[in-house]
Design a protein around this ligand. Structure first.
Ligand code: ARG
Length: 287
């Protein structure tokens, strides 16, 4: 007779890739001309051509994995529009619009909302300050929501009302990790009914109460080190098997392999100068 202890071991069963549809914005007018996060240094010139080449590699990786990528055109006056994750949050055909914390990005909200309206979504106009999927991440049945720097706690109630989902608020405390998607990634976008998805996060990016919530809800989580998080390693996109990450986050890459994922490294060094990585450039469309 053999007794198998499954309770203690993290899940390592075969991972399955799920087809995804993303929205991206080609960085035709990318630059850093103001400073709204600690990564941005407007006095150092940027290389738009390099940003374009790096972005193009990310785009090709998604297409190569069989995902659909739709595009929104960048407004020449809005350099941060390339971070499409902030354009809103979509679920079940509804797009909850973004309402930016900083005046420099305010005009992006209506542009993204118009795009959603023209591409099959019913748009729920936000009254509360929120920066879309930068701070809202779907984790199985629930939505994880970051606040502390950009999106407000009030936006969490609004999002819950719009989507009908439970929204779990998490407080961010480190200015380098000012959006939830810089500190936490959901690795199984569609976990089995009733089971919690695997997530990875940087514990130090959250206050104590939020860390306790994460530990309780996601006991299997991958805890990522500061050395990987500083390359925005957690600013990643997973289809359940393939995880597109910053190439320099080598520790996280090894952790992912250990858990049965297929990490794919890309170099977005130029876009990192605006404070964004893989996930910031990518918004998931759930129609
Ligand atoms: N410069 C942009 C800002 O500070 C970067 C946004 C990054 N996006 C993200 N989803 N984390 O708003």
């Amino acid at each position: 007779m053999t007794i198998t202890d499954t309770a203690a071991a993290p899940r390592t069963e075969a991972r399955v890739a799920h087809h995804r549809t993303y929205l991206m914005c080609r960085p035709d007018h990318f630059t850093v001309s103001y400073r709204i996060n600690p990564w941005m240094h407007p006095d150092t010139p940027t290389d738009t051509a390099l940003a374009l080449r790096q972005w193009d590699e990310l785009y090709r990786v998604f297409v190569g994995l069989g995902h659909d990528v739709e595009l929104i055109e960048q407004d020449a006056e809005l350099p941060d529009m390339v971070y499409a994750a902030n354009g809103g949050f979509t679920l079940d055909g509804i797009a909850y619009s973004a309402r930016f914390a900083h005046a420099e990005r305010a005009a992006e909200g209506p542009l993204y909302a118009a795009w959603f309206g023209a591409h099959g979504f019913s748009v729920a106009d936000a009254a509360q300050i929120n920066e879309g999927e930068g701070d809202f991440l779907l984790a199985g049945d629930v939505i994880l929501a970051g606040s502390g720097f950009r999106s407000t706690v009030d936006s969490q109630d609004e999002l819950a009302a719009v989507t009908g989902r439970e929204v779990i608020g998490l407080t961010l405390v480190d200015p380098r990790f000012y959006h939830l998607d810089t500190a936490l990634v959901v690795l199984d976008p569609l976990p089995e009914e009733g089971s919690a998805p695997t997530i990875a996060y940087l514990p130090a990016a959250f206050d104590e109460a939020s860390r306790a919530v994460l530990e309780q809800r996601f006991p299997d989580a991958i805890l990522v080190s500061d050395d990987d998080a500083v390359w925005l390693g957690l600013n990643a996109i997973s289809d359940g098997l393939n995880v597109v990450i910053a190439a320099r986050a080598t520790g996280f890459e090894a952790q992912l392999r250990e858990r049965g994922y297929n990490p794919i490294g890309v170099d977005l060094s130029e876009l990192l100068r605006g404070g964004g990585g893989v996930k910031c450039c990518t918004l998931e469309l759930r129609r």
